[in-house]
Design a protein around this ligand. Sequence first.
Ligand code: SF4
Length: 422
Amino acid sequence: MNEADALRAAALLERAGLQPVAHAREADFLLLNSCVVRQQAEDKILGRLRYVAELKRRRPEIRIALMGCLVGRNPAERASFAARFPFVDLFLPPSDLEPLYLFLQAQGCPPALTPAASDIPPLPDSRSGHAILAHLPVMLGCSQACTYCVIPYRRGGEHSRPAAEILADARAMASRGIREIILLGQIVDRYGLDRPGEIRLPELLRQVTSVPGIARVRFLTSHPLWFTDELIETMATVPGLCPYVELPVQAGSDAVLTAMRRGYTAADFETLIAKIRAAIPRVGLSTDMIVGFPGETEAQFEESMALMRRINPDMIRIAKYSPRPLTYSARHLPDNVSDAEKERRRVAMERQLRSMLTEKNAPLLGQTVEILVERVEKNGRRHGRTPDYKPVFIVGSAADPGDLIQVRITWAGPFSLIAQAR
Ligand code: SF4
């Protein structure tokens, strides 16, 4: 979501006549997008802010904007931010570009801009080579309030964007050469539930997939509670809708899941995964795990490890628990797993993941798969992904970014594949 917000901001700045530069120290205008989902991310943005404060001390004429979850959506907090970061000229809440638009107008930038974030179709980021893929936010915020999560406090409650706007964005992306669209929401499978009369995610996926020029569509992140049979059926039957789900489980112990207020048990999750795999045999599954949640015992951590062995996902994003301000867990649950123990659990899970993926990917050797070429590497290799989202480096291909090609896997590692063009 932050990446999508950053690309929208970049599109707005470029439309206002600004051009990207190679290094922050060369810029006249700097926009920092912030994430505070974990302490580590917050520490990183605070470090960057110290760096840009120094740049501004040397060149007082540069303008600095701070965007995202550190800023949040509560205007009452803004005064304290202004005092804490006096070198910042402009604060933008997550996904809200209106203050940037007004700021640029006040600076006399060309007015060929529209103020609503939804009116500014995200542009592909040609600098990072992702011109073939684009993220498209379909809903913003979250009203779920898992006990550890700061997102509802920083991004506000859930609201879906109108489908007509999303489809207009999708068509604009296709006209710019985008071939793959990734629909984004904190709980994307709840799309439309907060807008009476709106279509739901399965229908939205059908419509985005049928936009001419769009070869592939994905969606993330889903919540196990809202992943319906209709959604599974849609994934199984709509061509171009990739067989890939991002479905965070977060823990394998029912006691920990209850303390997290996730609303399901480990058995519920396993049942859902079995149902998805029965309908979509080659589906790729990515999940999230938190290790070291308050009170998580060694035995409960082992339940998470065992669940992962049973589920055998294609990727696990492993996070060490860190208490975030305002959340229920930070206020009421002592952070009583030591940092050293959290790290030990993270490393153990990562090691298990590596060995599971080594075994899981080995049978791919020699298989033919379809790749959407995303970019050409410096050494001439093409890079793309399988429909189930495994990254592949392709040798012997002259395909252009955006081409769909058949390749034969010649090497299968745990986290990437190498293939020969056919
Ligand atoms: S569903 Fe996701 S975004 Fe929403 S509160 Fe839970 S973890 Fe945070």
